[in-house]
Structure formats: structure tokens, C-alpha cells
Design a protein around this ligand. Sequence first.
Ligand SMILES: Cc1cc2nc3c(=O)[nH]c(=O)nc-3n(C[C@H](O)[C@H](O)[C@H](O)COP(=O)(O)OP(=O)(O)OC[C@H]3O[C@@H](n4cnc5c(N)ncnc54)[C@H](O)[C@@H]3O)c2cc1C
Length: 375
Amino acid sequence: MKLRVVVLGAGFGGLELTSILSESIGDNLDLTLIDQNDTFFFGFSKLDVMFGHKNADTVKIPYNSIVKPGVKFRKEAIVAIDPESKVVTTQNGTYGADVLVVALGANYDMAATPGLVEYGNEYYSFEGAVKLRDVIPNFKKGHAIIGVCGAPFKCPPAPSEGALMLHDYLVSAGVRDACTISLVIPFGSPIPPSPDSSKALIKAFEERGIRFIPQHKIASLRPNTAVLDDGAELPFDLFLGIPKHVAPDVVLQSGLTAEGWISVSRQNLMTRFDDVYAIGDVTSVGTPKAGVFAEGAAKIAAASIIANYKGKENEAAYTGAGSCYIEFGKGEVARVDVDFFSGPKPFGIHHDASEALVVDKEHFGLSRKARWFGL
Ligand SMILES: Cc1cc2nc3c(=O)[nH]c(=O)nc-3n(C[C@H](O)[C@H](O)[C@H](O)COP(=O)(O)OP(=O)(O)OC[C@H]3O[C@@H](n4cnc5c(N)ncnc54)[C@H](O)[C@@H]3O)c2cc1C
């Protein structure tokens, strides 16, 4: 009998899990992969797009290039998930499954930060990054703020990357001396599990005259003024925000969440419902919201699904390990290898920024593109 799997969301997690199941189960698989979009893009592409390094169209990868045994892609918006019966409703119909995998990522709650839409910008959505491509060139003097509006948020290094890349942009535009850059993040250091990466970033901020304001969030914006969570005010002429993150509405309405996110077993990424798994940003598994961790979770969930299908024990354990690249500006990339669950506390190993790691990051993207899309 074929195994009927429905994968909700074709992002980092959904694509990796789909690839593994197809490779392992092949023609005995009947997998439907559903996403509301017709193209995929890497999170880090948004930085390339907002600073004009790449065109929006060139970073998009079409889902219709997915040709894998046992896999069908459907471009449909999911409107309801019933984890009890494992039935998913889209705007086009319903899908029943033996195994359901929720990989719907995180959405943004713009309204949670009053004034963000009216007076600020954000670069965490694709549309936000595209819009900034036209906004940033008009910033020629005054104060810029890169500010986090809520935690948890995707890719903890991305606010620091935004600040360093903005510095480079302003230098090459010849206006850096007329501008200040402030970075507001809720953590005590840029990358808490890695003191060495944090130290390297703080040094880079100091060298570039970027003001680092840790342990604060942006509470609201007024015209040209950002209000922090302690009531302090910062003037701005350009605000680049990281909006508050939330689980997609369809997930919040499914009964799968507790305290806003889907809680899962660290052993196999299963929810409290049998054969209903959740992976990636939509969960509260305890790793940061980042593609590499969504991919790592996908591997463990897939191993559990395959073991159950073959009537075996799943021996793979989830270590919560992953490598994150950090754009340091000046054409260099650093890397931090983080492990959240193997030791008594999370720890990270820092690799200094270098041109070699630029190639490494390029390979990271290309290898996923080849594996998931055959391109
Ligand atoms: C600026 C920036 C830089 C980043 N840099 C990195 C990086 O360098 N390395 C890294 O590892 N991570 C990075 N990330 C984070 C990374 O993009 C995400 O953490 C990752 O994509 C999460 O994978 P996921 O599978 O959980 O969700 P996603 O990749 O977000 O996929 C979720 C999918 O679900 C779909 N979906 C949602 N709701 C519905 C619905 N109702 N119906 C149908 N489909 C739906 C969406 O269209 C989406 O395709 C970055 C993020 C940002 C914003």
C-alpha cells in the first residue's frame, strides 16, 4: 500500500522532508506538497534584493521544476487543518493523509508594532525587501535604525547582517559620514550561543561606527521617532524593522499550538496527534527559527516516518545542530556552527569572516537548489 503523506508548506523544511521521503520510499509514496506560492526563495536572498545585489526575479525558484518519484506539488492556499482526522482543506478542495507534516513557517504581525506600517519598513517579507530597493537609495543623511520588534525572530544574525550591509551600501554611495546606524536587538549579545561570533560582530560594529543597543525591542514608531520597550526614544530617518513573528492563522486555528507555536517531541518532531509532525519555524522545538534548523528537523521527522512505514525503530536523535552564515560586509562571510541539544547548554563555534566562506555559502544555496529542484 502506498503511504499517503501531505506536506503543508514548501519552504526549507517541507522541501527537505519531501526530498528524503521520495528518495527513500519512491513509487510507494503518494506525497502531496502544498504551498500558496509558485516559487521558493532563500531567506538570505532578501538581503541581496534589498541592497540591489540581485534582482527579485533571479532569486525565485519555480516549484513546477520539482519532478520526484511519488511527489505532486499543488499551488493552493491552505485554509483549514484537522489534525485529528488528518484532513487538510485548501481553497480548491480537501486532502486526506496517513501522515501529515506541518511546515508552514512563521508570519509577521505588523499591527503588533504601532506605526511600523505607516512610518517604517521591514525586510523580512519578500515584498518588504523589494520595496526597500527603492527606499534605501533615497537615504543620504540622518539616522538609520535596524530594529527588532519581537522575539523569537528568524535568523538571529540577520539584523546584524542588515546593519553591516547598510554600512557598506552607504560607504559605496559616498554618504556614510552623513549617516548614523543603530542596531536594536532583544538579546544581550548578537548571537547568544556563540560568544566568539558575538565578539567578532561587536568588533565589526565598533570599527564601522554602528551603535549596538542590546536587550531592547522596538515598541512603536512615531514619525521619525522609534520608541523602545523601556520608553526611550531614538530619532530616525530610515527604519528597517524585523516585525513580530506569529504562526500562520490556519495553524493557530487548528488546535495544534500552545503559546503561539506548535509544540513537538524533540525525539521525532511529532505533535501530540499521532502521525502529525511539525517542523521548522512553526514549532517551539527550542532551536532558532532558521532554514538550517528546519532542514535538520525535516531529516529527523523523515527518519521517523520512514521507520514507521518500514516497521522499524527510528534511531536518529535530533541534536538541534546547524551552521549559519553571517554576512560581514566587505564581501566576506563568517560562519557559526551551533548545537542546541547535544550538550548541557547550547554552544557555537565561530569561523572568522573570509572570502572562502563566501564560496561555502554559495555552495550551500546551490546544493539545496540541485537537491530540491533538480536545477
Ligand atoms: C532576512 C533573512 C535572512 C535569513 N537568512 C538565513 C540564513 O542565512 N540561513 C538560514 O538557515 N536561514 C535564514 N533565514 C531564515 C529562513 O528563511 C527560515 O527560517 C526558513 O525558511 C524556515 O523554514 P520553514 O520550512 O520552517 O518555513 P518557510 O521556509 O518559511 O516555508 C513556509 C512555507 O509555507 C507556506 N505557507 C504559509 N502559510 C500557507 C498557507 N496558508 N497555505 C499554503 N502555504 C502556506 C509559505 O508560502 C512558505 O513557502 C533568513 C530569514 C530572513 C528573513
